[in-house]
Design a protein around this ligand. Structure first.
Ligand code: NIG
Ligand code: FE
Length: 404
């Protein structure tokens, strides 16, 4: 006897299980089975395919002609932080841009102050609200970065909060040390970078990845290389915030260093985009930041995919450059501004997002954990189309209904 049958599924969306992230044309391939059914036992997939009579279960859920997909994967967030920065909207209206706000001690450094002042519980409770909302929007795998402590105690505090979130919610998380996220006021950047390199050993107890913000006025490509090499020596896989605003060559560095992902890439060079296709690095695009920062030039997703690269999508949820934790909204921006096809978008928030954070998730094959969403939508194109609202109808973690 199985535990659960979900039947009368109008369309079952099945990204391809693969050893590597889907690249180039593969990103436009998605298996869709109409009039489908799913069978689950002990939290795992037993059957997925056309409706059939051959299975029995103690419970049957009628999907009433709604569609089903694997739960979404969010491969880049700064979900653990203190405070908020709504006042920056006024500064931006007055003509100050993101990097000038940071240079004047605001921006990331403002959130560093709020995060240092927040207790463990305050940080936890604030992030728990966002994680709850992510789950309600169909996300069951979340990457979470430190980077608002910029000192030993506060960086580790953020990572420990992130770990506790994973303990208390029915989700899989990946934790990233982002000590070199900004330079504390009055510090020399090389001295500070060395402090963060020294902290890698302790951070290793809590973090899977090491990340750095490579940008004008923050860390140079040379400094980033030094950090990434040190992190790899200590057993980290590396990530990078690269070419978000200025084209410094962060994507090339990421590829050269064998980074698991290179994130942002709005200003990535043509050479970098060409190299992406030959690499195992996943380009994690964050179009919600371009939207929120009020810019018109979005990352060249089309160029990256058409050249044969692998692309994933994330919110980058944070208080300064993208203040939404709704990945469905990012799917809409990807359709409208990155010119990605619906199939590419679904692969980018499932299998490719999983590869960007080394998680064996994002598919619904027999034997996979039954992490899935019933969507109140007539087809898979509808979700990026009808933007700004939540289409998740029921969310199942390991075969258990956790939100409806
Ligand atoms: O990914 N660019 C650097 N870090 C974050 C933003 C952090 C912030 O503004 O608080 C990002 O965009
Ligand atoms: Fe980020």
């Amino acid at each position: 006897m199985n535990d659960l049958i979900i039947t009368n599924i109008k369309s079952l969306i099945l990204p391809k299980k693969s050893e590597h992230a889907l690249k180039g044309k593969e990103m436009d391939e998605l298996t869709i089975i109409d009039d489908a059914m799913i069978v689950i036992k002990d939290g795992k997939m037993v059957y997925r395919g056309p409706k059939t009579e051959g299975y029995q279960a103690s419970e049957t859920i009628d999907a009433h002609d709604k569609i089903v997909s694997p739960a979404l994967i969010e491969p880049h967030t700064h979900v653990v932080h203190g405070g908020s920065r709504e006042h920056e909207m006024t500064l931006k209206r007055q003509g100050m841009d993101y990097l000038s706000i940071l240079e004047k001690g605001g921006g990331i450094l403002n959130t560093v102050e709020s995060t240092r002042q927040a207790s463990f519980d305050e940080l936890y409770n604030k992030a728990a609200t966002n994680i709850t909302r992510m789950i309600q929007h169909g996300v069951l795998t979340v990457e979470s970065k430190s980077g608002y402590g910029l000192d030993r105690d506060n960086e580790l505090k953020q990572l420990k909060v992130s770990r506790k979130l994973e303990d208390n919610f029915p989700i899989l998380m990946r934790h990233t040390f982002l000590g070199p996220h900004a330079i504390p006021k009055g510090k020399d950047s090389d001295v500070f970078l060395d402090e963060m390199i020294d902290l890698l050993d302790e951070a290793k107890d809590y973090a899977d990845f090491a990340d750095i913000f490579t940008e004008t006025g923050v860390f140079s490509v040379e400094q980033s290389k030094k950090y990434m090499e040190a992190a790899k020596d200590k057993g980290f896989k590396v990530k990078i915030h690269a070419d978000e605003i200025d084209p410094l060559g962060g994507l090339e560095l990421a590829i050269d260093q064998g980074a698991i992902s290179a994130d942002h890439l709005v200003a990535a060079s043509e050479a970098g985009k060409q190299q992406l296709a030959e690499s195992d690095t996943v380009a994690v695009l964050l179009p919600g930041t371009t939207f929120y920062l009020g810019k018109n030039d979005f990352a060249d997703a089309r160029g990256m995919i058409d050249n044969g690269g692998a692309v994933a999508l994330a919110t980058d949820y944070n208080p300064g450059s993208c203040v939404t934790d709704n990945l469905q909204m990012i799917m809409a921006i990807a359709a409208l501004k990155l010119k990605m096809t619906p199939n590419e978008i679904w692969n980018a928030v499932t299998v490719n997002a999983a590869h960007a954070i080394d998680a064996d998730r994002g598919t619904l094959e027999v034997g996979d954990n039954a992490n899935l969403v019933i969507w109140d939508a007539p087809n898979h194109e509808y979700i990026p189309y009808h933007y700004g609202v939540n289409h998740a109808y029921q969310v199942f973690a390991d075969g258990k209904l956790i939100f409806e």
